[in-house]
Design a protein around this ligand. Structure first.
Ligand code: IPE
Ligand code: IPE
Ligand code: MG
Length: 239
């Protein structure tokens, strides 16, 4: 595959449309999630090949706990089988796995598998793959505020020392650069509580393709569109 000019360093994806994709074919929603997992494998591979350094996948939002237990359980069972099946391949491909979100809320076996894969891949230097699980941007910001408030209370800092860098450093995404490109599949055009602070200057790409149909070519096409964008960050176009 050809390397694109102007490759985004950090791509974030809201993998949406699994349920509708399955229901459209008269199948259970879990079938859509299952097919979606195959796309995760492909996109991780393609992202690495194309020179993306960070890939953050929104796999389960804090609000997704509102779904029926059956669906939630199916999603976490799928996550465990993904981690089990992929750990060695990820490692061989130099991928480093990380997770963000309220991980303590996940089933214990899920937490253990995540930890296992994170430790196994910790020293890898290739793509950093970040799974957002039980993630909500607002609660991440609340936690950051609480941690800063504690430091103020202990007298470690004074309020005037609170700046953007300090807030950023207390978010669960502190180890990541800001996303350059956000992709959301399935035609929905909203953020659904994903990376609100971090996406202040992110480029958005919405596609009608449902996640289980999102191919390597669709990913490459999103990167091609991005490479033509002009990012100004509030400044002026350079001559
Ligand atoms: C995305 O697909 C996967 C998760 C949110 C876990 P959905 O399950 O949201 O599928 P739709 O949007 O209902 O089609
Ligand atoms: C966002 O999708 C969360 C994930 C893709 C994991 P949802 O399907 O949960 O979002 P809404 O409810 O349509 O906003
Ligand atoms: Mg959805």
């Amino acid at each position: 595959m050809l390397k694109q000019h102007n490759v985004p360093r950090h791509v974030a994806i809201i993998m949406d449309g699994n349920g509708r994709w399955a229901e459209r074919q008269g199948e259970a929603r879990a079938f859509g999630h299952h097919s979606g997992a195959t796309r995760v494998r492909e996109v991780v591979e393609t992202a690495g090949e194309m020179g993306v350094k960070f890939l953050t996948l929104y796999a389960f939002s804090e609000e997704n706990w509102r779904r029926p237990d059956e669906e939630v359980n199916a999603l976490f069972a799928l996550l465990i089988s993904y981690l089990k099946e992929e750990v060695e391949r990820l490692h061989e491909n130099g991928v480093r796995l990380k997770s963000i979100g309220n991980i303590d809320r996940l089933p214990i076996d899920c937490q253990e598998w995540l930890k296992h894969v994170e430790i196994r891949t910790a020293d890898n230097q290739g793509l950093t793959l970040v799974l957002a699980l039980s993630y909500g941007a607002r609660s991440d910001m609340v936690r950051a505020c609480q941690s800063i408030a504690m430091d103020v209370q202990r007298g470690l800092i004074i309020p005037s020392q609170i700046d953007e860098a300090l807030i950023q450093s207390r978010l669960s995404t502190s180890i990541l650069p800001e996303p350059d490109l956000l992709i959301r599949t399935s035609g929905e055009q909203r953020l659904s509580n994903f990376l609100l602070w971090e996406m202040a200057y992110t480029e958005f790409h919405f596609t009608n393709v449902h996640w289980p149909d999102f191919s390597k070519d669709d990913f490459a096409a999103a990167l091609a569109v991005y490479s033509e964008r002009e990012r100004r960050f509030g400044g002026l176009i350079s001559p």
